[in-house]
Design a protein around this ligand. Structure first.
Ligand code: MTE
Ligand code: MOS
Length: 771
């Protein structure tokens, strides 16, 4: 029999379930806190600053040290290496030194025999502060020009002249809020000292290499003395890119000092106060346009509230600037990005990484333009789309070569009767005086690749054992998004063996070094390719062995359906693995991948930062109660481009989850700081993430069919982790539509995000007063 058509379980494009799906639900999936502690291990509690800005006059740890069960108390003075854990710039202290710059900043840490002992003793650390004036709003930082990094700019043409010449001009200002990651598993690390001053760290991190570097810097030891390992996270969402270094750094510092394993696990309140969030943005704009709504000029200021240090702010701001065009050609523009410094916790990576904030701006502006002209938003958008008949060059100089937004919208229109839907919403509003409905769509174009070219590389390590079983390791981390199963599918496909033969193993800096964070949605693009590269090397060597064995040219060897064929003869993959060992052929390989075509100039904010774009479109219907401000999303229809999806089941989960998370950002999740800079929403009772009942009762997510990536990505798939979050802007625009209905759709509502009930109510009153 000749080689049959490929028939393997769990190859690429198959809807295989998540490798830990059962484990996640029956409790057998191991999280860091499930690792049994050896006797003598210590638990840690933190001492956090109660002030937004203060000088530290003295720290007295004597009472804490004398308390029951306490082993050690550390402050900045105990750091043997550098007190700096900055991911991008420098001077971001692990432990506050001399000054605190936000409420919740970590001043000291106490290690004790039990968590109760540690928490009790942390209360005994006496810190004397001299309170200093604090900058708490982004407007104040803008006015005072307080920044955590250089200002960024993108400019094309003479914006002042274009605005002056435009038939219509509008200007305004508005805000969007931040967002807590609210991963189910909080920040956690377990550090164990080894021989020769080595340290092993289990960390719940998206970026093991950065934790490795941070721990090495803090302890003053080389990178090869630190091994960081993570099997899975209970969610990261960007919150475990830079922040885990803080947690692991403190655990390692205490472990180093006490020569004992030390665990640091933050209670939710500490986690929310001490670690960074999504950046809130403040915008000012002036836009010029013609009678059709075609944009003639846009002057846009984006002020990101970076919090007290740079952290990821410069890069988040770059991505915000790179997505302020969304799907639209802006002939003349000036984008200015201000990375503002305030006395709040340092904001950090969060799903979309500035992309959502950039699109929030342009979509809110276009909605305002459309209402001013009395035209449907979709019509104004169509006047501005990048397309064949318009220019395709982005504000950062990259030509959009793969634009399919109009194709995605056409496909969406084929399955969703938008006109009928819109008519029913308008009809409802005519007969409903109190509850008002709104409907809006949202097109998304999102760039894939890290803006910083160096990060677009990945490594993998693959072993084939003599029984044909395979061990897979790569630099990517698993946070629930399904990266591990996707990469395993790639290896199964390459070897043409069932996925059950592939053992997925924990990410560790000891196996694959110098890794990038699992972020920018590029985990499977990068690690999938690296693993494919490793598997192909081994496969190639095995093919040589098979060719010799069957005495045929290598080109006649076919791997298919768990067997290796040469014409009508064949042997199993396991037999060939054993034979390869017999012939002294290596069955292990490291793989590597670097994304082609990309480049970026930091000084001019221009280049080709993205290998390709993903596209999507959504429509959402909401209802608001004009007496209480309550809001419900009643229906959402989503269509997302995933290229040739590696795993449609996983991708659908990503699309649905991202949408709901985005909805939370724009509607219920409100971070409130009081006038002293204290975060008042640091737990689930006051901070409202979407619950199961907030998921729209009619909720249809679909993957765009027959749309392989035109670039040569792993099996022509596209990244999916972040892009669908921005589809939730349809909900934001639908809320605006519902409010606008009170003015017979003539006026644009004045409202900031998140659209909480009190903001909706205020906007309802305001628009009624104007109408
Ligand atoms: N999905 C789950 N379940 N949990 C997460 O923490 N993080 C998101 C997204 N989807 C996340 C998730 C973020 S912020 C990113 S960048 C991507 O997953 C990272 O994984 P990927 O590159 O493998 O898509
Ligand atoms: Mo995702 S914000 O890039 O970790």
């Amino acid at each position: 029999m000749n080689a049959p058509l490929s028939r393997i379980r769990g190859g690429v494009h198959a809807s295989v379930k998540h490798d830990s799906a059962a484990g996640h639900t029956n409790g057998q999936a191991l999280y860091l806190d499930d690792i049994p502690m050896v006797p003598g291990s210590l638990e840690t509690a933190l001492v956090l600053s109660p002030h937004a800005h203060a000088r530290i006059i003295s720290v007295d740890v004597s009472a804490a040290l004398a308390a029951d069960g306490v082993a050690a108390v550390v402050t900045a003075a105990d750091i043997p290496g550098k007190n700096d854990i900055a991911p991008i710039r420098t001077d971001e202290p692990l432990l506050a030194a001399g000054v605190v710059e936000h409420e919740g900043q970590i001043v000291a840490a106490v290690a004790a025999a039990t968590l109760d002992h540690a928490r009790a003793a942390a209360k005994l650390v006496k810190v004397e502060y001299e309170v200093l004036p604090a900058v708490l709003t982004v407007e104040e930082a803008v006015a005072k020009e307080l920044y955590v990094a250089p200002v960024q700019k993108m400019e094309r043409g003479d914006v002042d002249a274009a605005l002056k010449a435009a038939p219509h001009r509008l200007k305004g200002e508005f805000h969007c809020g931040g967002q807590d990651h609210f991963y189910l598993e909080g920040q956690i690390a377990l550090a164990t000292p080894g021989e020769n001053r080595d340290v092993h760290v289990y960390s719940s991190t998206q970026h093991p290499t950065e934790v490795q570097h941070g721990v090495a810097h803090v302890l003053g030891i080389p990178f090869n003395a630190v091994t960081v390992e993570v099997r899975r996270m209970g969610g990261g969402f960007g919150g475990k890119e830079s922040q885990p270094t803080i947690i692991a750094g403190i655990a390692a510092l205490l472990a180093w000092k006490m020569r004992k394993p030390v665990k640091l696990r933050l209670p939710r309140d500490d986690d929310m106060r001490a670690t960074g969030k999504r950046h809130p943005f403040y915008y000012r704009y002036e836009v010029g346009f013609d009678d059709d709504g075609a944009i003639k000029g846009l002057d846009l200021l984006l002020a990101a509230n970076g919090g007290h240090v740079a952290d990821h702010t410069p890069a988040v701001l770059t991505r915000a600037l790179c997505h302020s065009d969304n799907c639209y050609w802006l002939p003349v523009l000036r984008f200015r990005g201000l990375p503002c410094k305030t006395n709040t916790v340092s904001n950090t990576a969060f799903r979309g990484y500035g992309g959502p904030q950039g699109m929030f701006a342009i979509e809110t502006i276009l909605d305002t333009v459309a209402r001013y002209l009395g035209k449907p938003l979709d019509e104004v958008r169509r006047r501005n789309f990048y397309g064949q008949h318009r220019n395709n060059v982005t504000p950062y100089g990259m030509t959009v070569e793969d634009n399919i937004i109009e194709k995605v919208i056409d496909e969406f229109d084929r399955t969703v009767d938008l006109q009928g839907w819109r008519d029913s919403v308008i009809a409802f509003n005519k007969t409903s005086p109190i509850v008002k409905k709104g409907l809006a769509t949202m097109p998304v174009k999102f760039g894939i690749s890290f803006n910083r070219p160096a990060l677009n590389q990945a490594g993998a390590l693959v072993h084939v054992y003599m029984d044909g079983s395979v061990t897979l390791n790569h630099g990517g981390t698993e946070m629930g998004q399904g990266l591990f199963i996707k990469v395993a599918q790639v290896v199964a496909e390459t070897f043409q063996i069932d996925i059950d033969n592939i053992k997925i193993t924990a990410t560790t800096t000891g196996k694959v070094p110098n890794t990038s964070p699992t972020a920018a949605s590029s985990g499977s693009d990068l690690n999938g390719m690296a693993a494919k590269n490793a598997a192909e090397q081994i496969k190639d060597r095995m093919a040589d062995v098979a060719a010799e064995q069957f005495n045929v040219p290598k080109g006649d060897i076919v791997f298919s359906s768990n067997r290796i064929y040469a014409g009508n003869r064949s042997m199993s993959f396991a037999e060939l693995a054993a034979l390869s060992w017999e012939k002294r052929v290596s069955l292990s390989a490291t793989g590597f991948y670097r994304t082609p075509k990309i480049h970026w100039d930091f000084t001019t904010s221009s280049g080709r930062p993205f290998y390709y774009f993903t596209y999507g479109v959504a429509a959402a219907e909401v209802a608001i109660d004009t007496l209480s401000g309550e809001m419900r999303c009643l229906r959402a229809e989503l269509l997302q481009d995933c290229g040739a999806s590696l795993n449609p089941a996983i991708d659908l989960g990503q699309i649905e989850g991202a949408f709901v998370q985005g909805m939370g950002w724009l509607t219920t999740e409100e971070l409130v700081w009081d006038n002293k800079g204290n975060l008042r929403t640091h737990g689930p009772s006051t901070y409202k993430i979407p619950g199961s009942r907030d998921v729209p009762p009619v909720f249809n997510a679909r993957i765009l069919q027959n749309a392989p990536n035109r670039e040569d990505t792993v099996f022509r798939s596209k990244a999916v982790g972040e892009p669908p979050l921005m589809l939730a802007l349809s909900v934001w625009l639908a809320v605006r539509d519902a409010i606008s209905s009170l003015s017979d759709y003539r006026l644009a509502p004045k409202i900031d995000a998140p659209a909480t009930p009190d903001r909706i109510l205020a906007a309802v009153d305001e628009i009624r007063a104007r109408a």
